[in-house]
Design a protein around this ligand. Structure first.
Ligand SMILES: [Zn+2]
Length: 306
């Protein structure tokens, strides 16, 4: 009986393990030729399996562009399979919205296609600075399922704006000043009015700050002004209501900033300030406790010297 239970559990485990993921990756066609895979809301850590960010691709008449590649070689390969199920056109472009490992570790799965890898002009620096830590961390987190995951640097850098041509449709890539990170890149597919904001927009999942909160708050208005029929955030569902969600995100960032400043002004100790920061936002967001605490911990020492 015990042996039977064990083999049933092992089978169940195998069916859930990343190595046993069904290929190709499930994607939704959100506009003609525009495909998105939505990652799940999980933390990095114990149950992390490399598939938490939104990734996808756009098919033109002559080429395919990939926008973010997922958190491991396995996820990137599964995304590549999803492309190959739909078209034999060459995968000529791989675009990274920013350095975070859940968005870029699938890059290596596309190297055999010899695409141009596009990123913000500050992305190579960010990748080089983090390469060692990220490479160690992914093996710790994913074990065997990290196999093949490597940092692949961009071959084409975006300074302000760059257009790429997929045949019959162009993508507009924009490099932004410091916000979520110091190298955020957005992508607009003009044919379908689809806007990819990367982690400049978090939907449902608590926004995490790795750049500058003031810079990010400043971008809410120009990002709101961008035309979009539908917007793909870095995390959470695709939305037709970008501006309301940017406003919700602005509210979180501003509350966090205001609460920390007011604690510092009252002379509260750091631990109390961090415990209290943005608690009024708690029910609005997924994974709030960990991400918000990390944000507050990073911000407090900076704000203390304002
Ligand atoms: Zn990110």
């Amino acid at each position: 009986m015990r042996a039977l239970m064990c083999s049933m559990l092992c089978l169940l485990w195998a069916s859930l393990a990343p190595a046993a993921w069904a290929l190709p990756l499930p994607v939704a066609e959100i506009a003609p030729g525009v495909f998105v895979h939505q990652g799940v809301h999980e933390e990095f850590g114990e149950h992390y399996h490399g598939d938490i960010a939104n990734i996808g691709f756009v098919i033109g008449h002559s080429a395919v562009a990939v926008i973010d590649t997922g958190g491991s070689y396995a996820v990137g390969s599964a995304l590549r399979e999803a492309i190959r199920q739909r078209t034999d056109l060459p995968i000529r472009y791989v675009i990274n919205t920013h350095v975070h490992s859940d968005h870029i570790f699938g890059n290596a799965a596309f190297e055999s296609d010899h695409p141009e890898f596009f990123g913000h002009h500050q992305l190579p620096r960010a990748m080089q600075l983090r390469a060692e830590t990220y490479t160690t961390n992914i093996v710790t987190m994913l074990g065997d399922a990290a196999k093949g995951s490597r940092i692949v640097l961009p071959t084409q850098l975006v300074h302000a704006q760059t257009r790429i041509d997929l045949g019959g449709r162009q993508l507009l890539l924009r490099a932004w000043p410091i916000a979520h990170t110091d190298h955020d890149l957005t992508v607009e597919d003009e044919a379908s009015a689809t806007l990819w904001l990367g982690d400049l927009l978090f939907v449902e999942r608590t926004p995490s700050i790795d750049g500058d909160i003031h810079g990010w708050l400043k971008l809410i208005s120009p990002l709101s002004a961008l035309p979009a029929r539908q917007t793909v955030p870095g995390h959470g569902p695709v939305t037709a209501d970008k501006n309301a969600l940017l406003e919700k995100q602005r509210h979180y960032l501003q509350t966090l900033l205001d609460d920390l400043r007011s604690s510092i002004k009252k002379g509260e100790p750091m631990s109390a300030a961090i415990d209290a920061a943005a608690q009024s936002e708690k029910r609005q967001w997924a994974l709030f406790d960990n991400v918000n605490r990390r944000n507050a911990t990073l911000l407090y020492p900076v704000l203390e010297w304002e």
